[in-house]
Design a protein around this ligand. Structure first.
Ligand code: PLP
Length: 370
C-alpha cells in the first residue's frame, strides 16, 4: 500500500491550498471547444511588451547553452541606475513571487509570525505557511489595508509584514502619510515588505499623495520594496521581479536565492524593457482609458466596484459570482473569481484592449440579465 504522502509532507505544507491561477486561454478552448476566447484574468498587459524586447531575445538565442549570469550584473546595474540606488540593494527573482518566497525563507522560522491584510495577495499566506510559520490575517477596512490595525497586530514573534500597494485583488491603495505613520509604529527590527507590483499603473489622478516605496528606503532600513516586470512592462511569461532593500538585507536574501534563478532571456528582456519608459507611459494611459470604459459600462448596468489604482477592477455583483464566472466562460470570456480571497460576490476583471473591455461588458450584461 502506498504511504499517505500528504501526511508525510512538512507540517506547514500539509495545510496549504495551491495558488489558483487565471484560466489559460488554450485550456478553455480545449474544454469548451471554443475558438474565440479572451482572457481578462491575470492582470496581463493587453499592449504586450516593448518592441525592444523581441530583438533583445533574438540576440540572446545564441547563448542558450550557457548558464545565465548568476549575479544578474547588467539588469541589477540598470535597475540601480533607474532608481539611483547602490547595485548591492537589488535582489532579482523569478518573478516577484520568487522574491517574496526568498524573503520568507530567509527570515522566518516556524516559531515566527508574519502579518498581512485580509483580501491581500494570496502568495503571502502561501510562502509563510509553507515554512510552518504563523500567518496573522488582519481584517480589511473598506476592502483595503487597515494600517493602524496591521501595526497593532504585531507581537514579539512578528518578523515580517507584507503589504501590497496597490493591492491585488481589490485594487485599493494607501498614501505616503498613512504609510509613514505605520512605519513609525512598527519596531525597527520588523521587516516591512512593500509589494508595488502595480505601481507603474498609478494614474495622475491617484498619484497625488501616493506612496513611492523607493523614496523611503534610506529613511527606513527595515523596508523591502518589491516590483515586477510582469505587469506594466508586459513580461509576465519571462518571470522577472526584484527587491530593493538595504545591502544588509539583500545579502541575507542572496544566501537563499538559487544561483541561477532568473534566466538570460528574462534578464536581457527586462533590461531592454526598463529602457523603454515610453511603453510604460502608453500602458498607463491605455489602462486609464480602459478603467473609464469599464466603470461607465458597469455604472450603466447598475453594478458597483471597488475603486482601483491597478490594471484591474473588482466588480460587486450582489449575488454569488461563481455561476456568473462560469457563464462568462461559456461565452469565451475569462475573468477571475475571488471567492478564495473572501469575496464570493465579486469578480476581478483585468483591463483589456477597448474591444475586449466592450465584449466583457456585453457578455456580462447578457449573463446578468438572463
Ligand atoms: C501579479 C502580482 C505580483 C507579481 O508576480 P510576478 O511573480 O512578478 O509575476 C506580485 N504581487 C502582487 C500583489 C501581484 O498581483
Amino acid at each position: 500500500m502506498q504511504a499517505d504522502f500528504l501526511l508525510r509532507a512538512a507540517r506547514g505544507v500539509q495545510k496549504l491550498s495551491p495558488y489558483v491561477p487565471g484560466k489559460p486561454v488554450d485550456e478553455l478552448k480545449r474544454e469548451l471547444g471554443l475558438s474565440d476566447v479572451i482572457k481578462l484574468a491575470s492582470n496581463e498587459n493587453p499592449l504586450g511588451c516593448s518592441a525592444l524586447v523581441q530583438q533583445t531575445i533574438q540576440r540572446e538565442l545564441g547563448e542558450i547553452a550557457r548558464y545565465p549570469d548568476g549575479n544578474g550584473f547588467i539588469l541589477r546595474q540598470a535597475l540601480a541606475r533607474h532608481y539611483d540606488v547602490d547595485m548591492r540593494c537589488v535582489t532579482l527573482g523569478n518573478g516577484s513571487n520568487d522574491v517574496l518566497e526568498i524573503i520568507a525563507r530567509a527570515f522566518l522560522d516556524p516559531a515566527d509570525e508574519a502579518v498581512y491584510s485580509q483580501h491581500a495577495f494570496a502568495v503571502y499566506p502561501l510562502v509563510v505557511q509553507a515554512i510552518g510559520a504563523t500567518g496573522i490575517t488582519v481584517p480589511a477596512k473598506n476592502y483595503g489595508h487597515d494600517l493602524p490595525a496591521l501595526a497593532a497586530a504585531l507581537t514579539e514573534r512578528s518578523k515580517i509584514v507584507f503589504l501590497a500597494n496597490p493591492n491585488n485583488p481589490t485594487g485599493t491603495w494607501f498614501g505616503r502619510d498613512d504609510f509613514e505613520r505605520f512605519m513609525q509604529a512598527v519596531p525597527a527590527q520588523v521587516l516591512v515588505v512593500l509589494d508595488e507590483a502595480y505601481i507603474e499603473y498609478v494614474s495622475d489622478e491617484v498619484a497625488e499623495g501616493m506612496l513611492d516605496g523607493m523614496a523611503l528606503l534610506q529613511k527606513y532600513p527595515n523596508l523591502i520594496v518589491t516590483r515586477t516586470f510582469s505587469k506594466a512592462y508586459g513580461l509576465a511569461s519571462l518571470r522577472v521581479g526584484y527587491a530593493v532593500s538595504s545591502p544588509l538585507i539583500a545579502d541575507v536574501l542572496n544566501r537563499v536565492r538559487q544561483p541561477f534563478n532568473v534566466n538570460s532571456f528574462a534578464m536581457a528582456a527586462a533590461t531592454a524593457a526598463l529602457s523603454d519608459q515610453d511603453f510604460v507611459r502608453r500602458s498607463r494611459e491605455s489602462n486609464a482609458a480602459g478603467m473609464q470604459q469599464l466603470q461607465q459600462g458597469l455604472q450603466a448596468m447598475g453594478l458597483g466596484w471597488i475603486p482601483s489604482a491597478g490594471n484591474f477592477i473588482t466588480v460587486f455583483l450582489a449575488r454569488e459570482s461563481m455561476p456568473v464566472y462560469q457563464a462568462l466562460l461559456r461565452e469565451g470570456v475569462i475573468v477571475r473569481p475571488v471567492a478564495n480571497y473572501g469575496l464570493p460576490q465579486h469578480l476581478r476583471v483585468s483591463m483589456g484592449l477597448p474591444v475586449e473591455n466592450a465584449r466583457f461588458l456585453d457578455v456580462l450584461h447578457k449573463v446578468m440579465s438572463a
